[in-house]
Design a binder for this molecule. Structure first.
Ligand code: HEM
Length: 425
């Protein structure tokens, strides 16, 4: 569908979210009207304690996999005051978040969001974070990477199927718009939290192919229906931990979780132009998947499981390295499971920020240690040196990605989400 000026609707909306701001938003509203989205409840007390309780509100596909919202925004923000936040500032920030919750129902169509705080934020308090909360400074996580570290005070993650909802929520948080979906915003973050960085993105069938006109991905190669640039479905429900599993279960931050965010640059020219479909299936999933032709198209045929345990892939990683000269990303990562459950929930999305194909990897886990353990499993350093497997070549998807930035956050429970102290009462 094109608008009256001949710009395809999808092209217009996609760049609008990446650009953001009130001009881009009003251009969208002028051309397409505002989406018809239900408001959230008047009484917010029924909302869950967990900010990250999204799954029960999001749609599921025919196999029961949770379908992530299509448009995402990560707003990295800094606290503007000196020293510690005041009660007045906490009330202002909490009112702004409540405004979002009243304006849009929690759903794909409406809005889901979280706010998390960095180790740098918590440094302003005399007390350390309580025992049981594992929130170290971010660090390099492989011998071959040199990431920069994100040290804003906080990050707000906004997501919706409607780019316009994400954009409007951002404008309302910044104080540039006083009503949201017809609801009066009681407050904004303005004067308390200001933007340090802005990262937008998308995930879902069709979006990567529509956004392939950037560096790092060969034009016309990403399958039309792929939800991510690398061409395969992600987030099978058996490959995700449950929200219970990743939740901090004791102490003042019980009900919270930790979040790791990395900015990963993708290099997919070779992936699509030189490497075969066999290689892509083997290195994304597992050599058995390539040998036995288990993955059709993007992998929708696999239902709710990427078939890791079912085909003995994690347990045979070393053997596969010797036998096939390559190992799979999922295969290696699945070695970090505990009683059959992965240690993290992945809520990542692709991006065209800086006109380069990238992926904002966002994961939730009870402790950052769980992330470290999974990333070590994914590194596959133990199998590098076997047959043709190098530190990065034929070693899952490591050759096609460069981690440029890393950041760690604590997502407090909802009642502590506004500028929490390090040791809440
Ligand atoms: C370019 C970046 C990445 C892409 C395109 C990607 C893609 C995928 C895909 C397609 C799968 C298999 C489908 C599924 O099980 O959901 C998968 C599994 C997985 N990935 Fe990634 N991934 C990326 C980076 C990472 C990173 C940085 C981590 C962090 C450790 C990670 C951890 C995992 C885990 C834990 C699994 C599931 C393993 C299991 O089944 O237990 N991935 N990924």
């Amino acid at each position: 569908m094109s608008d009256q000026r001949g710009i395809p609707r999808r092209t217009f909306l996609k760049s609008a979210v990446a650009i953001g701001g009130s001009a881009a938003l009003s251009a969208c509203v002028d051309r397409f009207g505002a989406p018809d989205v239900d408001r959230g409840p008047e009484d917010l007390s029924a909302l869950p304690d967990r900010q990250h309780a999204w799954d029960e509100f999001l749609s599921t596909d025919d196999h029961g996999n949770v379908v992530p919202p299509r448009h995402h925004l990560l707003l990295l923000v800094d606290y503007e005051g000196d020293g510690r936040p005041t009660e007045g500032e906490r009330e202002q920030v909490e009112s702004a978040f409540r405004g979002l919750e009243r304006a849009y129902e929690r759903s794909n169509d409406g809005l889901v969001f979280t706010v998390g705080y960095t180790p740098a934020y918590f440094e302003r308090f005399d007390d350390d974070l309580p025992g049981g909360v594992d929130l170290p400074e971010p660090e390099a996580m492989a011998p071959f990477e040199e990431p920069a570290f994100d040290t804003p005070d906080a990050a707000v993650h906004l997501a919706s199927d409607h780019g316009q909802v994400v954009m409007a929520a951002e404008e309302a948080l910044k104080g540039n718009q006083s009503t949201l979906n017809g609801v009066e915003m009681p407050a904004s973050l303005s004067g308390v939290l200001s933007e340090a960085d802005r990262r937008s993105g998308f995930v879902g069938a069709g979006l990567p192919a529509e956004n392939d006109d950037v560096a790092g991905v060969p034009e016309g190669e990403v399958p039309e229906d792929a939800p991510l640039y690398m061409g395969f479905k992600s987030n099978f429900s058996k490959s995700q931990a449950s929200e219970d599993f990743v939740t901090v279960d004791e102490g003042p931050f019980a009900g919270g979780t930790t979040q790791h965010v990395s900015k990963i640059r993708l290099h997919l020219d070779q992936w699509y132009d030189q490497d075969s479909r066999y290689h892509r299936e083997a290195t994304m999933f597992c050599p058995v998947h390539a040998e036995e032709g288990l993955v059709e198209g993007t992998g929708e045929n696999m239902g709710d499981s990427s078939g890791m345990e079912e085909h003995g892939c994690p347990a045979h990683t070393e053997e596969h390295a010797r036998e096939y000269g390559k190992v799979g990303h999922s295969q290696k990562s699945a070695r970090a499971r505990e009683d059959g459950s992965p240690l993290m929930i992945r809520r990542d999305f692709d991006a065209t920020d800086d006109d380069r194909a990238s992926l904002h990897f966002l994961s939730l886990q009870e402790t950052i240690g769980d992330f470290v353990e999974t990333r070590e499993a994914m590194n596959g350093t133990d199998v590098a040196g076997e047959s043709g497997v190098g530190q990065r070549t034929n070693n899952g998807i490591l050759q096609y990605m460069t981690v440029e930035r890393r950041g760690n956050y604590l997502l407090p429970p909802r009642d502590l989400r506004a500028l929490p102290p390090a040791r809440p009462e």
